[in-house]
Design a protein around this ligand. Structure first.
Ligand SMILES: CCCCCCCCCCCC(=O)SCCNC(=O)CCNC(=O)[C@H](O)C(C)(C)COP(=O)(O)OP(=O)(O)OC[C@H]1O[C@@H](n2cnc3c(N)ncnc32)[C@H](O)[C@@H]1OP(=O)(O)O
Length: 184
């Protein structure tokens, strides 16, 4: 992966461990919001990704490229592939049981991805330091061992739930995340 210093973990970064109470190995991860373009089951045109964690610290997911995802005729749009990478990394940081947002996302496109392809994605964490999580993902064509078509490196920053309440739709958070109080 070609990555900048901004997405490269510093020497003091630590690797995450599976958290107590986290999903069991092999568990399917739920959507963080039903209206999410990446994972929401209620989004009319979203990617509807679902992910599985094999070990509590990585995730795998598949994305079938459809005609709605084209850039060039018959080929996936690079921005859609970046979205899929962002989302699978977002599903990974959800394992850490603290809210994070994407601060920086870098992508390498290595091969065109035809419509009809099942992209096998995997995301993992290269280190955490303070509020920063240094993450990586790849998408392979056709199978988990297929040729790599896209790679991504990302810096995610931990935020409080108030980030979403202040900048977004607080009522939607209350409706879906019942444990969250906007004005505790
Ligand atoms: C309810 C369901 C929820 C569920 C939520 C799940 C959502 C997942 C969805 C998929 C993921 C997304 O698409 S998320 C949506 C897209 N992303 C966003 O909207 C984020 C927009 N940006 C922001 O809100 C802000 O810039 C933040 C939160 C990222 C940072 O602001 P801040 O909190 O004030 O922190 P700040 O002091 O600026 O920065 C902290 C440290 O990070 C560094 N830093 C900050 N930004 C960057 C950057 N772009 N590139 C490099 N480094 C950066 C700073 O230099 C600093 O380093 P140092 O000085 O400490 O060394």
């Amino acid at each position: 992966m070609t990555r900048s210093a901004l997405t490269t973990p510093p020497p003091d970064a630590v690797l995450p461990r599976p958290l107590p109470g986290g999903p069991a190995p092999g568990a399917t991860l739920g959507s963080h919001y039903s209206g999410c373009f990446g994972c929401g089951e209620d989004h009319p045109t979203g990617l509807r990704l679902t992910a599985v964690t094999p070990d509590g610290v990585t995730v795998v997911a598949t994305f079938t490229v459809g005609t709605a995802h084209q850039g060039a005729p018959g080929l996936a749009h690079g921005g859609v592939l970046a979205t899929a990478m962002d989302e699978v990394i977002g599903m990974l940081v959800w394992l850490f049981q603290r809210p994070y947002v994407t601060a920086r996302l870098e992508t390498d496109y290595l091969a065109p991805v035809p419509v009809g392809t099942v992209l096998h994605m995997r995301a993992w964490c290269n280190g955490m330091s303070g509020r920063k999580a240094y993450l990586e993902a790849e998408g392979r064509i056709g199978s988990p061992d297929g040729p790599v078509a896209v790679r991504a490196a990302a810096l995610f920053i931990e935020v409080g739930m108030e980030h979403f309440a202040e900048h977004g739709d607080a009522q939607a958070i209350i409706d879906e995340h019942h444990e969250y109080e906007v004005n505790p």
